[in-house]
Ligand binder design. Structure first.
Ligand code: 5MY
Ligand code: ATP
Ligand code: ZN
Length: 453
């Protein structure tokens, strides 16, 4: 018989976190089919305010054309199912089946969703509550493995510690379609430039120390630096969970700089997991995470998928206007300024080329926004373990670990315009901030202008 969750079941699901588009709940009841699972529920923007794009309930005709090779996605009855099948049929083959769980759909009643909405309200960050709410129009949710713990039955019980990393874009673009005035893109990461704008808009209270190029560098030392920096300024890029409960970082959003009190508390959390003296555990834990990122090689594959964006938004936007059969707003602006450009070429390519550019751009956008969960537990013995393992030199310990990608959602085609507009805002603010610093006689070594390859 097909399961349908109703009001009475809502109490078994507790708030785990959320992003712009989904709320995630962990199961705390006793039904064997849900133990070790989380539920991902779609949200809807409140009062037209942003906080995740307002998604159409169905794929548009142009989106159907775009994803026509992924038949299962295109023939989905609604966008929710299309999202899930996109993970299964488009992202999983690119990232590797062992790293992705596309989950299964379970039916829910409106009463269930209403009860959940009420139960989680007090746990949600106020700004997320203000921006979005559970979408009560949905009749199903996605159930997937809880990646912050190991599956039951595979290994003996014991503490699990997991880290969630949102690595963002790990390369510098080289597209010839990047305008002369935006050439800073070739030497400064998008993450760094966006940080400057977020600081100015007070979305964050300090600049992140993290540099995605370090994390994706495939160099042990630089990966270690990246994890240290993520630990120091977690924002929404780094979280740690102990047995599924958040112990570092922000629940449902970003976190401020890790202060002395948090550091002290984190040392205590690690007791019993990392076998070293107090005050040395955190650095060993950071070493463990860095070693795992390095030796698993999981980010190499993610980087390849991110690099499917070869033209940058400054090139891909023209293909968008080709597909939607509208006059190109970007070229119109250039014409008005009598700027000669090579973008006209992009409007002369066959439709199949435009489709390919857009498909690759949107797949790369998913890969630039997804997160990685790495879960560890001390390995007691080698008998019967099916997990990969990593050796932590500083404490002479072995850990089982598993790695999973989360949040591999299909980005809506109409977001192309938002991507172009955001890119313009990020670049415009960053270049003017840098110019201002130069004007003051400061060298580009200022915090905001960090150039590293
Ligand atoms: O545009 P970006 O780089 O700021 O990324 C958005 C994320 O912001 P952040 O990582 O904080 O900078 C943003 O994350 P937050 O809401 O800031 O936590 C979302 O992940 C958004 O994706 P979607 O709307 O859920 O599909 C993300 O939008 P996409 O660009 O991935 O579509
Ligand atoms: N399978 C999972 N196992 C454990 N925790 C999870 C899982 N999926 C999501 N989470 C937790 O829930 C949070 C929100 O999930 P998710 O990133 O999928 O939301 P989103 O709204 O799609 O995010 P974004 O804003 O990046 O689009 C994650 O940051 C993570 O902490
Ligand atoms: Zn154009």
């Amino acid at each position: 018989m097909e399961v349908k969750l109703d009001e009475k079941d809502a109490a078994d699901w507790t708030y785990r976190g959320e992003g712009a588009c989904n709320i995630v709940l962990a199961y705390s009841g006793s039904s064997p089919i849900f133990i070790g699972k989380v539920m991902r529920i779609q949200k809807v923007a409140r009062n037209g305010k942003s906080g995740g794009v307002q998604r159409n309930l169905e794929l548009s005709e142009k989106e159907k054309l775009l994803w026509r090779d992924a038949e299962e996605v295109v023939s989905s009855p609604n966008r929710e199912i299309a999202d899930q099948l996109y993970v299964k049929h488009v992202m999983t083959p690119l990232l590797g089946a062992k790293y992705v769980d596309s989950g299964m759909r379970v039916l829910v009643t409106r009463n269930f969703l209403e009860a959940v909405e009420k139960n989680v309200m007090s746990w949600r960050p106020a700004w997320r509550v203000d921006a979005s709410k559970v979408d009560l129009k949905r009749d199903s949710v996605v159930i997937m493995s809880d990646h912050s713990v190991f599956p039951h039955g595979v290994l003996k019980g014991g503490a699990c510690i997991s880290v969630e990393i949102k690595p963002k874009c790990g390369f510098l673009p080289v597209s010839k379609f990047i305008a002369e005035g935006n050439s800073v893109k070739r030497s400064t990461t998008r993450f760094r430039m966006h940080q400057a704008l977020k600081l100015q808009q007070q979305v964050i209270s300090e600049l992140s120390k993290y540099n995605p190029l370090d994390l994706f560098s495939a160099s042990k030392e630089r990966i270690l630096k990246a994890i240290k920096d993520l630990y120091t300024t977690p924002q929404n890029n780094f979280r740690v969970f102990l047995n599924g409960s958040l112990v570092l970082g922000g629940l449902g959003g970003g976190a401020k700089k890790t202060d002395a009190a948090t550091e002290e508390a984190f040392e205590d959390v690690l007791e019993g997991i990392i076998r070293s003296e107090k005050d040395l555990r955190t650095s060993s834990f950071i070493e463990l995470v860095a070693e795992t990122v390095y030796s698993s090689g999981v980010l190499n594959q993610l980087l390849e998928v991110q690099k499917l964006d070869t033209l940058d938004i400054e090139g891909a936007i023209h293909a968008y206007y080709n597909l939607v059969c509208q006059p190109c707003v970007v070229c119109k602006e250039f014409d008005a300024a009598r700027v000669t450009h090579e973008y006209a070429f992009l409007h002369s390519i066959p439709m199949d080329e435009s489709l390919k550019i857009l498909k690759n751009f949107l797949i790369a956008a998913t890969a630039k926004d997804c997160s990685l969960m790495i879960t560890f537990r001390p390995r007691e013995d080698d008998l019967g373990s099916v997990q990969s393992s990593v050796y932590l030199q500083s404490t002479d310990q072995n850990f089982d670990y598993k790695v999973n990608f989360i949040d591999l959602d299909l980005k809506p085609l109409r977001k192309m315009v938002d991507y172009y507009e955001l890119d313009k805002r990020v670049l415009s603010y960053y270049t003017s901030a840098v110019k201002m610093e130069h004007g003051k006689g400061n060298t580009p070594s200022m915090e905001i202008y960090e150039v590293r390859r």
